[in-house]
Structures are given as C-alpha cells and as structure tokens.
Design a protein around this ligand. Structure first.
Ligand code: NAD
Length: 461
C-alpha cells in the first residue's frame, strides 16, 4: 500500500497489505509468546521491559516524530514535543503498574480461603486511526503489555509508519518475539478479519462511530471483549462571566489543535448571547492570523489534513454550512503553502449556527468551528447535551459554583473547566453515549486488559 505525505501529495513509502495468512501467523506468534517467554516473566521484569520500550522510543524521538509528521501532516513541533513524548510517558506509566495489579482475599461464608487472581485477557488487537497514530496505539499497547497480554497492532492504512517504528523499537528494547506484532492493511479486509479471528481475545478500537458499531457486531460471533473510543462533537461553553481572552485562546486550541482531527475537538462553541458579538469578532480575528505552514518547519502551528479524502469531507461540510445559512466569519476554503500541493484548509469559523444544521450535529473531524448562541445556563446545558456523542466538553466561567454545576450536568467522559485539550496518562479518557465505552489511560484501563479468577480452597480439617 502506498503511504502519502499529505503536505506534498507524494508517495513516501510502501508497506505490505497483510493477508489473512499473515494474521494467522501473528496470532500464532502472539499466542506462543503468551504461553512461553512472556508469560514466564515476573511482573516486575515485564514492567521493566515496558518502561524500556518507552525509553527507547524517547531515544528515537526525532526519527519517530518525523515519520508521524510525514504521514499525518501535523506540525513537527506537535509530533516532537507533544505526541511522541506522551506516548513514551504512557509506557513509563504502565510499566510502573505491572507489579501493582493485584487480586484480593474475600471473607466468604464457610471455611474457605477465597482469593482472586487478575490474569491477562490473552491476545489483544489494537485497531488505531490516523489522527494520533502512535499515541492512540500506545494507549492500548502499554496497558495491555503491562498486564501480561500480547498485542497485534493494526494501524490505519494512511499512517502505518510509526506503528512499524514501534515494532522495531520493541525489538531494540528486548521484548521477546511475538509479544508485539504489527500488521498493516486495509480496515475493511484486515480489520474485519481481526475482529472475527477466533484466536484474538480482545479488541481495543479507536475510530469512527459507524466502524465501532460494525466491530461490535463482528466481535459478537466470538464474544470478544471490546473497548471502543469513537467520535465526538464536543461542546465548548462560554458563560458571560468568563475570562474572555482565555476563553478565546481555549476555543481556538479546542478546535484547531491537530487541525481539528481530534476526537475531543471542541467543535461546537456555545456562547452566551450577551457577549456573543464581541467574542466572535475577536475569535475570528485570531483565527484569520493562523495560517497553514509546512508541517516539517518547526515554526509551523497548523499543518495539512491527513488525506485527500479528509480534505474533501471537510470542504463538503464547509459547503453545507454555507448552504444551510450559517455565517462564515473566518476561513472557509482550501489553501496552500506556496507549493500548489497538499491537503491544506483554512481554519474556519461559522456563527449563527442553528442546532439542527449538519455542521452542528455531525463530526467533521477538521478545523471547522460551529458557534451557537444561548440565553441562560439551562439552555446551554441542554444544547451541549443535545448530541448522540459524549466524549468531552469545556466550560469557561469565573463562577466556581456554576463551573461545577455544569460539569456534573454535561454528558461527557471528560469535562474541562477554563482549559481545553489537556491530557495526562494518569487521567481516564473515553466516551459517554455513542462516543464509546471503556476508559483509556489511568488505572481504569487496567480493568480492560485483565480478567478476574476466583479461587476457592477448602480449609475444613
Ligand atoms: P475509521 O473507523 O475509519 O478507522 C479506524 C481504524 O479502523 C483504522 O485502522 C481502519 O483501518 C480500521 N477499520 C476500518 N474499517 C474497519 C472494519 N470494518 N473492521 C475493523 N477495522 C476497521 O476511523 P478513522 O477515520 O481512521 O478515524 C477517525 C475517527 O476516529 C473519528 O470519528 C474520531 O472521532 C475517532 N477518534 C476517536 C478517538 C477517541 O478516543 N474517542 C480518538 C481519535 C479518533
């Protein structure tokens, strides 16, 4: 399969399209490692190897960041200083958990010793999208390995290079053969075969909500465990008493970070009517100053969309916003960086958006902000929750009571108060409603990569 640099439209690499026989081989290798060298390691030794994987990744941060930018189009500053270090930190964090995943003794009735073991689930498949290819793989691989599972990664077709690099780094770090496998290939065939494979015990998936529904159906045949991190249409609410300058910065970071190809992007801006016009004027002025640049330039803050398909999707939504009568106040067109090539689109802001418009309801997954007015707190909350999704939300206010009131009312897996798009490996992340289920990162993720066994011992003499 060709891998295309979205900033130049050039083919930069070719990767194999794995056949079902390759999948069978990967499953056999993963299973053999589980029953062999990997399963025999002590928890502490396993944790050390997981941490070493993170250290080796950091040793190669420049090379891996370059690959991430080349196949995804995101600015090199984001790959180099945010994504790759965050992925390395994820291995450091979960490596520390390995020898702290414990069972319990239970005071049952009768004369028994009853205790639990927390055992690995087995062979885990990580199916990963193209927006944060390395980080979203790491969120799955690190806890899976830490808990003693073996893993098969299937990266998105557009962005396979950093998963392959991670496989190479795993060899470097001394992981036994078969513990971490990488298979490149198209979702519809290889992904589907993974979902249905009887030798795979769990699917950890991040991607589109409709693909997630298909995975749930496909996994039913073998009753695989699944966790799904799906789409979003996250509301970012600005109350009248907010620190306006901070809220404007937060609204732009919320939607334009990662070119808006961020599942938690604050793509619906809800602004109190009394400050709306001033807020939007300032936001639009700030947005117009953000220009796309060469993703490989360290000064660039806004890169290329990940693929031609994504460019077409985003431009289609911009057209739909115009057709449905929203007011365009910034951006709204394809752009380029002087080369005449690349899938660049201007950071775009629409105002006068009504909640029933497509740009207010559907996940665009691009740098397009839809601004909607509200007149009181309850209306803001109702509008925020009026979505099939529930991944994240933000609220901007100086009133501490209102902030916590709104946080409790919002149907979302993450709520940011006076900030947006901050993450830490120690904090759980995942969806409410059709944004999926299960939590990644934090101690909560460990539950998805272990299963509990009760052991009863008769103590009657
Ligand atoms: P996608 O669903 O098209 O693809 C995701 C992965 O699934 C890819 O590896 C793809 O090859 C594979 N796949 C495709 N069809 C498959 C099938 N039938 N069976 C098995 N695997 C299959 O999603 P995408 O377009 O790559 O990613 C964008 C989506 O991901 C957005 O909707 C975004 O919101 C979501 N996302 C969610 C989170 C989160 O944490 N909730 C994070 C990032 C992205």
């Amino acid at each position: 399969m060709d891998v295309v640099n979205p900033a130049t439209e050039e083919v930069i690499a070719q990767v194999p399209s794995a056949a079902v026989s390759d999948l069978d081989a990967a499953v056999a290798a993963a299973r053999a490692a589980l029953d062999g060298p990997w399963g025999k390691l002590s928890a502490r030794e396993r944790g050390r190897l997981v941490r070493r994987l993170g250290e080796r990744l950091l040793d190669r941060v420049d090379e891996v960041a370059r690959l991430e930018t080349l196949h995804n189009g995101k600015p090199i500053s984001e790959s180099r200083h945010i994504e790759v270090p965050a992925a390395a930190e994820c291995f450091e964090y979960y490596g520390g958990w390995s020898d702290k995943v414990m069972g319990e003794t239970i005071p049952v009735k009768g004369n028994y010793l009853t205790y639990t073991l927390r055992e690995p689930v087995g062979v885990v498949a990580a199916i990963v999208p193209w927006n944060f290819p390395l980080l979203l793989a790491s969120w799955k691989v690190a806890p899976a390995l830490a808990c003693g599972n073996t893993v098969i990664i299937k990266p998105a077709s557009q962005t396979p290079l950093t998963a392959l690099a991670l496989g190479d780094i795993a060899i470097d770090a001394g992981l036994p053969p078969g513990v971490l496998n990488v298979l490149t290939g198209p979702g519809a065939e290889l992904g589907q075969a993974i979902v249905e494979h009887p030798g795979i015990d769990k699917i950890a998936f991040t991607g589109d909500t409709s693909t997630g529904k298909g995975i749930m159906r496909g996994a039913a045949g073998t009753l695989k465990r699944i966790t799904l991190e799906l789409g979003g249409k996250s509301p970012n609410i600005v109350l009248a008493d907010a620190d306006i300058e901070a809220a404007i910065r937060g609204a732009t970071i919320g939607i334009f970070y990662g070119k808006g190809e961020v599942c938690a992007a604050g793509s619906r801006l809800l602004v109190d009517r009394s400050i709306q016009s001033e807020f939007i004027d300032k936001l639009a002025a700030r947005t117009r100053k953000m220009t796309a640049g060469d993703p490989m330039d360290p000064k660039t803050r806004f890169g290329a969309l990940s693929s031609r398909k994504q460019l077409e999707t985003v431009l289609g939504y911009i057209d739909s916003g115009k057709r449905e009568g929203a007011t365009l106040v910034a951006g709204g067109a394809r752009t380029d960086i002087g080369t005449g090539k690349g899938y660049f689109v201007q950071p775009t802001v629409f105002t006068d958006v009504r909640p029933e418009m497509k740009i207010a309801r559907e996940e665009i997954f691009g740098p397009v902000l839809a601004s909607i007015e509200f007149s009181d707190l309850d209306e803001a909350i109702a509008r925020a929750n009026d979505s099939q999704y529930g991944l994240a939300a933000g609220v901007w206010t100086r009133d501490i009571k209102k902030a916590h009131y709104v946080a409790r009312k919002l149907q979302a897996g993450t709520v940011w108060i006076n900030t947006y798009n901050v993450y830490d490996t120690a904090a759980p992340f995942g969806g409410y409603k059709q944004s999926g289920f299960g939590r990644e990162m934090s101690a909560h993720a460990l539950e998805h990569y272990t299963q509990v066994k009760s052991v009863w011992v008769d103590l009657n003499i």
